[in-house]
Design a protein around this ligand. Structure first.
Ligand SMILES: [Zn+2]
Length: 329
């Protein structure tokens, strides 16, 4: 009777059962409580079009919105030790990990990709807050080291987009060791004279703030993101004082000099391109000038009858720039 179960039954079932309607067509804005259609939300990059509230963004969408035509190559991340402490609270850590992997379909909390942004090769590491709160364990440390190495290999700027609650408690001291590790990783990028830009998103807290997330050459923060080390409630109960309004939010941090700019998500790609272009231009100009400069300089020298001082002066001025660019920042 195999034909009955294998062939007839599925056909009948397909006829009888209604087509599944996705139950998440509408989302409620956590800020203004307006109902947002999922298509509008997707078009607006998960920003409420009523109040401008920036919701958390999946790293795949994040990478898609940053790279040219949404095209990029994912960098394979090395396998790291799983559950080195055999940790268990109410649940085993391995079970928590499996659950998060099943839910997100990824190995751990960071995706690393490289691709062009306005034609310029860039390496981006994007965090997934949905994966155990984007917490930083060995695998995340490994991902950032890989991102830094990829940036070096491609001579590309490194952009990190953290969204993290901090260290991964289940990995204890090994989690804390990722702080110096990631610090060294981004330091390698800086030493190579390549820009390291951090895009602070909601939330960036704990050990992540205390390490690579606050070491960028440029800090761009998304609107309204919570950025801080300890939680506001912990601070309030420790110092027994009421904290000012907007404490630990992007705009507050901008006022106090902790971040360089606060941008709307829709302007993020353009802002990044402009910033990276400005930072990378001395290098690209230097490379271009080395090829081009020989000819006008030589021509000016050989035209001894009437040397073109204008060209020479300009050439001298331009050759001065690569030297400047080589100086460490
Ligand atoms: Zn809203």
């Amino acid at each position: 009777m195999n034909w009955l179960t294998n062939y007839v039954r599925p056909k009948i079932r397909a006829l009888v059962t209604r087509k599944e309607v996705p139950d998440n067509l509408w989302h409620k804005c956590p800020n203004c409580e307006a109902m947002l259609h999922h298509r509008d939300l997707e078009e607006n990059l998960s920003v409420c079009h009523h109040c401008g509230f920036h919701m958390r963004l999946d790293p795949v969408k994040r990478l898609g919105m940053l790279f040219d035509e949404g095209k990029y190559t994912l960098v394979e991340l090395p396998k790291s030790i799983v559950d080195p402490l055999k940790f268990r609270d109410q649940k085993r850590y391995t079970d928590r990990l499996k659950e998060a992997q099943g839910k997100t379909g990824r190995q751990d909390a960071v995706l690393v990709a490289h691709g062009p942004m306005d034609g310029l090769p860039v390496v981006v590491a994007a965090f997934d807050f949905g994966f155990m709160g984007g917490s930083m364990g060995i695998a995340v440390g490994e991902a950032l080291v890989t991102a830094a190495k990829t940036a070096l290999a491609h001579k590309a700027p490194l952009v990190v987009v953290p969204a993290s609650g901090g260290a991964r408690m289940q990995e204890g001291i090994l989690s804390l060791m990722q702080m110096p590790r990631t610090t060294i990783a981004v330091e390698m990028v800086k030493e190579a004279g390549l820009p390291y830009v951090v895009v602070l998103t909601d939330p960036t807290t704990g050990g992540v703030t205390a390490s690579f997330a606050m070491l960028g050459d440029i800090h761009i923060a998304e609107k309204g993101a919570q950025i801080g080390f300890a939680g506001a409630r912990v601070i309030e109960s420790t110092i027994r004082e009421t904290l000012p309004e907007g404490f630990q939010r992007s705009e507050y941090l901008l006022e106090h000099g902790m971040v360089d700019m606060v941008v709307h998500r829709k302007d993020l790609r353009a802002t990044l391109i402009r910033t990276l272009d400005l930072l990378m231009r001395p290098l690209t100009l230097a490379a271009r000038d080395e090829e081009d400069l020989e000819i006008p300089a030589l021509r000016a020298a050989s035209d001894s009858a009437e040397p073109d001082h204008g060209v020479q002066a300009e050439a001298a001025d331009r050759t001065a720039r690569p030297a400047e660019a080589e100086q460490p920042a």
